[in-house]
Design a protein around this ligand. Structure first.
Ligand SMILES: O=P(O)(O)OC[C@H]1O[C@H](OP(=O)(O)OP(=O)(O)O)[C@H](O)[C@@H]1O
Ligand SMILES: NC(=O)CC[C@H](N)C(=O)O
Ligand code: SF4
Ligand SMILES: [Mg+2]
Length: 472
């Protein structure tokens, strides 16, 4: 089973403490975070003395049965996770939340991101006798916590977090507390909310909307929050803070209605489209966006340029997951199933197509061809982000250099390959200007610029590490 998306392997987190319908709310919240991961899902809930969990493969509706959900219904504290994984690591054992048992208490663990020194830590722990159950980087947290020394659990958690490098948003459940931690670069989003007096945490605010919770604020890089029956405790595990929110969250990953510091992703994407219009000097009859994630940018482009916006491409929303093998030919077939042009809108017209990103170029190549076949006179591509050139080490499967079309090609060479009449990308400077305008304190742009904010200690891509954990 393979899903055709430009970029993969983000994950969605949720947690809630002290609500009579905790597991049902977690299920609903995960449903709204489904776009962040479709390979597996799970829930772990606290029954007071022990934790109980259920997880499965696939979309949330397939992963958890009614019987499993019923068994979690009585509990008032729970966490949940939706996961996307690359081929080999998609085993059920890697689906989160993980549930660890020990005589000092149970631990439920949900992680979004990628720990870039996990392989080093894992090797050292294995040499000391630890046996890992999964090939996931996230598991090192549990082993380190069990070994950590310190007067309180919070002190021990701090010690562990200080040893980890990379991107990590953690939602951690013990019988008596819900702990939330975000790495000191704040690469992945994490939001705090409240519902009927019960605190909750989610990767995106769309989860709060889905359950009727109030969005309190974004969790800050380096923050460590503990929620228990005694209330909420705000702390930090480090004084270091270097905000580097993933640019791709704004551009593509997050749902358009999700908010960052009170501004919706839709508004940010629209502004990216407006800025692109200032940089793209092309005359055309109409502007169309590539559904779904680029519609906001296309609206911004149309508003700024004065060129009328149309819905010239339709997306078959039921082709989310396709029964096809990976490989370029299969991808091309899947794009054909997914997108189709509206002939009488584009026929005889010169068209500007706005997409939010070009990764392998499969989508844009197909669109240019399909629009021309439908009678478009000219097809100009506008991309509301800079040329994507490098892989990501912080939890996103942007794949290898070899698969990324702009990795070794100039913009003119990419234009030629996708067959467009012109190709314009947004500049890195204007992209950052937009984020700053909406209160962002700093963004990672490494897949565009190669300036990685966190050194990749393990020196491997997340998908390469999986094999290494097995000694391959
Ligand atoms: O160059 P490619 O490798 O084809 O990838 C880029 C495309 O992938 C993403 O969309 P996706 O198909 O994931 O769907 P969405 O926009 O509906 O989320 C992105 O928005 C581009 O359209
Ligand atoms: N991309 C993610 O957030 C995945 C989380 C974790 N690294 C895993 O492999 O499951
Ligand atoms: S490298 Fe790109 S995808 Fe990865 S965290 Fe940075 S901006 Fe996001
Ligand atoms: Mg798209």
């Amino acid at each position: 089973m393979y899903e055709l998306r430009g970029l993969n392997e983000e994950c969605g987190l949720f947690g809630i403490w002290g609500h009579p319908e905790a597991s049902e709310l977690t299920y609903m919240a995960l449903h709204s975070l489904q776009h962040r991961g479709q390979e597996g899902a799970g829930i772990v809930a606290s029954g007071g003395d022990y934790l109980f969990g259920a997880r499965g493969m696939g979309l949330l509706t397939e992963a958890l049965s009614q019987t499993q959900l019923e068994s979690l219904r009585p509990f008032s504290k729970s966490i949940g996770h939706v996961r996307y994984a690359t081929s080999d690591s998609s085993a059920l054992s890697n689906v989160q939340p993980f549930l660890f048992k020990s005589h000092i208490g149970d631990l439920g663990l949900a992680h979004n991101g990628n720990i870039v020194n996990a392989l080093h830590i894992r090797r050292a722990l294995e040499d000391q006798g630890a046996i890992f159950q999964t090939t996931s980087d996230s598991e090192v947290f549990a082993h380190l916590l069990r070994r950590a020394k310190g007067p309180t659990r919070k002190a021990r958690i701090k010690t562990v977090l200080q040893q980890l490098k990379g991107a990590f948003a953690f939602v951690i459940l013990h019988e008596d507390a819900l702990t939330i931690a975000l790495d000191d670069h704040g690469v992945r989003p994490l939001m705090l909310g409240i519902l009927d007096g019960a605190y909750c945490v989610a990767s995106e605010t769309c989860a709060f909307t889905a359950i009727g919770a109030e969005y309190i604020r974004d969790i800050e890089p380096g923050e460590l929050i503990t929620i228990s029956d005694d209330g909420i405790d705000f702390d930090r595990y480090t004084d270091f803070e270097n905000p580097n929110m993933c640019s791709m969250e704004y551009i593509y990953f997050a749902r358009a209605d999700s908010e960052f510091r009170g501004t919706s992703t839709y508004t940010i994407r629209k502004a990216l489209g407006e800025e692109l219009a200032k940089e793209m000097d092309v005359k055309a009859d109409i502007v169309i966006g590539v559904p779904d994630s680029s519609l906001a940018a296309a609206k911004g482009f149309s508003d700024e340029s004065g060129i009328p916006g149309e819905q010239g491409l339709l997306k078959n929303r039921y082709v989310g997951r396709t029964f096809i093998a990976s490989g370029q030919e299969a991808r091309e077939r899947a794009v054909r199933m997914k997108l189709s042009p509206v002939r009488d809108i584009v026929e005889g017209k010169s068209v500007i197509v706005i997409d939010d990103s070009i990764v392998r170029g499969t989508t844009s190549k197909f669109i240019v061809k399909a629009l021309k076949k439908a009678g478009a006179k000219e097809v100009h591509m506008g991309v509301s982000s800079p040329p994507l050139k490098n892989p990501c080490y912080y939890g996103i499967d942007v794949s290898t250099h070899a698969e990324i079309i702009a990795s070794a090609k100039s913009t003119e060479e990419v234009r030629e390959e996708i067959g467009a009449d012109s190709l314009t990308y947004l500049s890195v400077e204007r992209m950052h200007e937009v984020y700053e305008r909406y209160g962002s304190r700093g963004e990672c742009d490494a897949c565009f610029t190669g300036n990685y904010p966190i050194e990749n200690t393990d020196g491997l891509l997340p998908q390469e590490k999986d094999a290494k954990t097995k000694g391959v």
